[in-house]
Write a protein that binds this ligand. Structure first.
Ligand code: N01
Length: 544
């Protein structure tokens, strides 16, 4: 129970930095409510074997503290989950955040009180909090999607979802293990389980493209060079469409000769990483250009996987490369050459039910001791809609977003005053290196709150017109890319039965987005209605 200037939901990258900015920067009273037993957000929950970041750690990290980025030493090019979690815990200690983070506390509802211009927040422990501002730092990929398959409750073995991995781990040694799902997570966990299991059966509905990560121990000379050039690297990140410190290729895939193109793809494959997507300027906007990349990866799958039937089953044709979030891997396709791994195509023989012994498809029953769902998330909106959030007039967010999420800039929702959504739907967030987007949002929100305090404003709310125009702009930006072609992607809500098909992130690129947000702020928060303080009684809440 308590009254604060701000309640922040979530203690991952976003919630922790938000707390630091508001508490230590602006002097506000803030409390972070976090469902997990520790800080770290996605890196607390996703402790499955093989979990590691697919952006290089030197830039998938906080940039706001020069001291932190100078003193932290990464040990691998792509840090594994335990190292990223250690990093976030280190940051929590360094900035003395823990005293204002309440763990093991799941927010169940948040109701806006129009008379008091404040939020009333309730938790699963029956606590009540009041705050002028509510900031959701809940992550875009945090609401686990366990598919509703008949019979799961009858399964006699162990089962788990990768996004809610048991703290004590799972023992696969010598067991018959099934993995459902071949997205980025499946592609990371499958090679790891294969090393331990007696037999691994992969249940694949849609094949995926993947490019080698080429992970390696961190080169000390490179780390030193990075540290000497961090200013430049961080500036670069905010100037590239996806928040990575590299440029997208200048040439079209179609303007070079076939030999040159092949050589460039080979070099990009050898280098590995998400950067493969940036080999040419037009892979995400021109289908013909994209076909060349898609076909190159298909040829690699055929080259790596020894059994031609298995190779064909693993080869994607249903969507262009990178129109779903492209995974990177360590020995993913190679894993299918192992004797203890088999692949079941559940597109052609769908899963009928889960039985006490395993999974039954239309073709056969597969006996399993452990079943792993790498089946992704109710992305971008799930974490919001699992809470009961009610704005003006008691209108629920569930009702407002019935036909898909609507936000202004991915930062606020009309009808839900004084609530900010860090990397919410409608922002570039999940199409970028997420910490870069998070830092931009956190800074924009804290600047906005500072502006309100200095100007004597008590309430801020996105205008419906501005929100409508932004939703239109998000649609237009997606329409200029090939991204909507992957109909089953979580960008579109296509992975969740019954979810509205709406392209949720802003695909116009980070620099354009940052410029728009800057202009909005420079024009006195254009598109938002700001209401002056009504009484002096609550002045204290707005002062340092
Ligand atoms: O989830 P996904 P994810 N029966 O939704 C299948 C980030 N990430 O956890 O394609 C059978 O991509 C589904 O099949 P289909 C990254 O942004 C980052 O892998 O819908 N199969 C698909 O194969 C990523 O994009 C890192 O036909 C079912 C899979 O499950 C995002 O998280 C690492 C099914 C789900 O793939 C989500 O990735 C890992 C069913 N009923 C993840 N339901 C980093 O390294 C679903 N599937 C930073």
């Amino acid at each position: 129970m308590g009254e604060f200037d701000v309640i922040i939901i979530g203690a991952g990258f976003a919630g922790m930095y938000m707390l630091h900015r508001l508490r230590d920067g602006l002097g506000l009273s803030a409390r972070v409510l976090e469902a997990a037993s520790g800080v770290g957000g996605t890196w607390h929950w996703n402790r499955y074997p093989g979990a590691r970041c697919d952006s290089e750690s030197y830039y998938y990290s906080y940039s706001f503290s020069e001291e932190l980025q100078q003193e932290w030493e990464w040990t691998e090019k792509y840090a594994a989950q335990p190292e990223i979690l250690r990093y976030l815990n280190y940051a929590a200690d360094k900035f003395d955040l823990r005293r204002d983070i309440q763990l093991g506390t799941r927010v169940t509802s948040a109701i806006f009180d129009e008379d008091g211009n404040r939020w009333e927040i309730r938790t699963d422990g029956g606590e009540r909090f009041f705050a002028q501002f509510l900031i959701t730092a809940v992550g875009g990929l945090s609401a686990a999607n366990v598919p509703d398959i008949k019979g799961l409750d009858t399964f006699e073995g162990e089962w788990c979802h990768t996004g809610e991995w048991p703290q004590e781990g799972v023992d696969f040694a010598g067991k018959r293990v099934g993995v459902v799902g071949t997205g980025s997570t499946g592609i990371q966990i499958i090679p790891k389980i294969a090393e331990e299991a007696g037999h691994l059966t992969v249940f694949q509905r849609t094949p995926n493209y993947s490019v080698p990560a080429r992970n390696a121990p961190m080169d000390p000379a490179f780390q030193e060079q990075v540290k000497a050039n961090y200013d430049e690297i961080r500036q670069k990140q905010r100037k590239t469409p996806a928040g990575h410190p590299w440029d997208v290729g200048k040439k079209s895939a179609l303007e070079v000769s076939q030999d040159e193109r092949q050589a460039m793809y080979e070099a990009a494959w050898e280098r590995g990483s998400l950067r493969f997507r940036s080999t040419f300027s037009d892979l995400i906007i021109n289908k013909e250009a994209n076909d060349t990349a898609s076909e190159f990866i298909r040829s690699k799958i055929r080259e790596i996987v020894e059994d031609p039937t298995v190779a064909e089953t693993l080869t994607p044709y249903d969507h262009p490369y990178a129109t779903k979030r492209p995974p990177i891997d360590t020995d993913y396709f190679e894993t299918y050459n192992r004797d203890n791994v088999s692949l079941v195509d559940v597109k052609s023989s769908p899963i009928q039910e889960i039985t006490p012994k395993g999974i039954r498809t239309t073709d056969a029953e597969y006996e399993l001791d452990v079943l792993v769902f790498a089946t992704g998330y109710d992305a971008l909106t799930g974490a919001y809609l699992r809470m009961d959030i009610r704005g003006k007039g008691g209108r629920s967010l569930k009702e407002k977003w019935e036909a898909g999420p609507r936000t202004y800039l991915g930062l606020q929702i009309a009808g839900f005053p004084n609530m900010f959504t860090i990397v919410g739907p409608g922002s570039p967030s999940i199409l970028t290196n997420v910490p870069t987007s998070i830092e931009h949002h956190v800074e924009w929100v804290s600047d906005c709150i500072e502006y309100m305090r200095e100007g004597g404003f008590e309430r801020i709310e996105a205008n419906v017109d501005a929100e409508d125009a932004w939703v239109e702009r998000v649609n237009e930006a997606a329409g200029r890319t090939l991204l909507p072609m992957a109909q089953s992607s979580w960008f579109l809500g296509g992975n969740i039965p019954g979810k509205p098909r709406v392209f949720m992130p802003y695909a116009g690129g980070l620099p354009t987005y940052i410029q728009i947000c800057d202009e909005v702020a420079a024009k006195g928060y254009e598109g938002f209605a700001l209401t002056a303080q009504r009484s002096t009684a609550r002045d204290g809440a707005l002062k340092k």
